[in-house]
Design a protein around this ligand. Structure first.
Ligand code: HEC
Ligand code: HEC
Length: 295
């Protein structure tokens, strides 16, 4: 005789298996052309634009360059940006270009390790093939540091990496930046930088309960910055109503004063010191053009 409990159990198993098959499909983005010629100098610039240094270096404790960062505190636990120096054991020195490209473009490391979105690969996926090839060359040219960074401290169920494949199926569609033909080259360069490598939205766009950026709220600010800090809105309307223009934005984003005669601090201070102060004037102009004009 079949008891209702057995039938219920069977239904749960079937639905669970169907959900697992649906949510655990492999995630693959568009193919990349990785046969381009690499330029280490450009790659070092991409590394600065991408803010890799700010996260992967323990700045407060004067940790070694890219040898592992301070823990990122999130509602899901503390994530420690790992050692990404060229050390073959503790870092990524034995990675191929294909493996590196896969990590940056679909958030998957060697051996099918699915990354947490605390590593902003949903932004890096938008990067051009040339930027990925150059960045890889620069990563392989960094000084090796033989010490591994500490492990993450993340509770159940978020400590199950395979769950991140389910997360990707729900929230992540890898694609490259697509230029808007109605906008200028300068605007497009700015949009590429802001949404792709410079990942401004990783902090300035609110996230849902499962940590995915809410694209309907692009740049609308968030109360869930690192450690629960407040991150202001930087959409064109908010910037205009706060009195920002091209000159004040350029100043503040390179360490100068805001319209209120303050300076930007906290995690934005690190973005400024470790990334924006290294940008070319042309890229800063592209960024401010995109920010002030908006989509
Ligand atoms: C907001 C912080 C942050 C930024 C910015 C960031 N990363 Fe990471 N990165 C992380 C975290 C956290 C992880 C660990 C993810 C995990 O374990 O799932 C990680 C993991 C990685 C890995 C995988 C390493 C391994 O051993 O598996 C690589 C490669 C990497 N990052 C490269 C980069 C590069 C290159 C940049 C700059 C373009 C960058 N990251 C910028 C936080 C960041
Ligand atoms: C790691 C998180 C993080 C990232 C990445 C980030 N920001 Fe910020 N940003 C902040 C925080 C936090 C503040 C508030 C700083 C303060 O008030 O001292 C801020 C403030 C700002 C402000 C001032 C806004 C106002 O009205 O006060 C601007 C403009 C800004 N960010 C632009 C950017 C741009 C452009 C990018 C991408 C290149 C970016 N941010 C990337 C965290 C971030």
């Amino acid at each position: 005789m079949r008891r209702p409990v057995t039938i219920l159990f069977a239904i749960i198993v079937v639905v669970g298996a169907a959900a697992a098959i649906y949510f655990l499909k492999p995630v693959n983005g568009p193919e990349r052309n990785l046969s381009l010629e690499a330029d280490v100098t450009r790659g070092n610039y991409v590394m600065r634009v991408g803010g890799c240094v700010a996260c992967h270096t323990d700045l407060k404790n004067e940790g070694a360059f890219l040898a592992g960062g301070a823990p990122l505190k999130t509602p899901f636990g503390d994530f420690v940006p790992p050692n990404i120096t060229s050390d073959k054991e503790a870092g990524i020195g034995d990675w191929s270009l294909e493996e590196f490209s896969r990590a940056m473009s679909v958030g998957e490391g060697p051996g099918g390790k699915h990354y947490y979105p605390a590593f902003p690969y949903d932004n890096y996926a938008l990067m051009s093939d040339q930027d990925i090839v150059d960045l890889y060359a620069a990563m392989m040219a960094t000084d090796p540091v033989a010490e591994k960074a500490p492990e993450h401290s993340v509770g159940f169920p978020f400590n199950i990496r395979l769950a991140m494949l389910g997360w990707k199926n729900m929230f992540f569609t890898p694609k490259r930046y697509e230029p808007n033909p109605e906008k200028s080259d300068l605007w497009n360069r700015g949009a590429y930088l802001a949404k792709g490598p410079a990942h401004c939205g990783a902090c300035h766009t609110p996230r849902n309960m499962l940590g995915a950026s809410d694209s309907g709220q692009h740049f609308k600010g968030s109360s869930g910055g690192t450690g629960g800090s407040f991150v202001p809105a930087i959409d064109p309307e908010s910037l205009a109503s706060d009195g920002w223009d091209e000159a004040t934005l350029t100043d503040a984003l390179t360490g100068g004063f805001t319209p209120d005669f303050d300076t930007l601090g906290g995690s934005m201070g690190e973005v400024i010191n470790e990334s924006l102060t290294h940008w070319t004037d042309e890229d800063l102009k592209a960024l401010t053009t995109y920010l002030l004009e908006g989509e």
